[in-house]
Design a protein around this ligand. Structure first.
Ligand SMILES: [Zn+2]
Length: 200
């Protein structure tokens, strides 16, 4: 959805504080609600809400997608049973020992070993969906990774076991999970969605 950035407020960060500036609560016209007999029974009160979501230790993951890099995390705690396990999606703490994990660049592993574990094609979405319908959601397997990563396939038809490669929204990234997608191996650059590329 193209929006004029001038109409919206911005948020900056200083230390642990967020500083919102500019218009955030924009007024929209109320609409009357009439019953079948044409009598007024209510009114709509549109509200424009911006939720500020903190990325914290996951900021590296979202920033790297726009740079054409896919990070996972690995538990390096020598006392943990899961030591050496790599997790994708990126998570900050090990689910087994709760220690902070180490970010690892998994871009090359994803390029060479990603396959479709399972998939689901959806024709209907919730509110504020920005992906083209139908959405081909895929669960992706990687060699040496102990979890499955959920993503989507904007080009081609998914099949279980199919080899796929990651693509990244490197032009004007949104810093969202949708900056990462997967396409069948061998897909040419000119078939990728606008703004996406194989690498920066
Ligand atoms: Zn651990």
């Amino acid at each position: 959805m193209a929006v004029d950035k001038q109409e919206y407020g911005n948020v900056t960060s200083e230390g642990l504080r967020y500083k919102p500036r500019g218009p955030f609560h924009r007024l929209e016209k109320n609409r009357p609600i009439f019953n079948k007999e044409g009598k007024l029974v209510g009114i709509t009160n549109p509200r424009d809400m911006t939720y500020i979501h903190t990325y914290g230790g996951e900021a590296l993951y979202f920033e790297s997608l726009g740079e054409g890099k896919l990070y996972g995390t690995r538990c390096d705690n020598p006392d943990c049973e899961a030591k050496g396990s790599v997790f994708m999606p990126f998570r900050i703490a090990c689910p087994d020992c709760l220690e902070k994990m180490t970010p690892v660049d998994m871009t090359e592993v994803a390029r060479t070993t990603a396959t479709v574990h399972s998939f689901i094609i959806t024709e209907r979405t919730g509110a504020f969906n920005t992906l083209d319908i139908p959405i081909r959601f895929i669960n992706v397997e990687f060699e040496g990774v102990c979890t499955i990563l959920m993503s989507y396939m904007p080009v081609g038809q998914p099949e279980m076991g199919m080899k796929v490669v990651p693509i990244f929204k490197t032009a004007d990234p949104d810093f969202l999970v949708t900056d990462l997608a997967f396409v069948p191996e061998g897909t040419p650059q000119d078939k990728l969605p606008k703004g996406f590329s194989f690498k920066k």
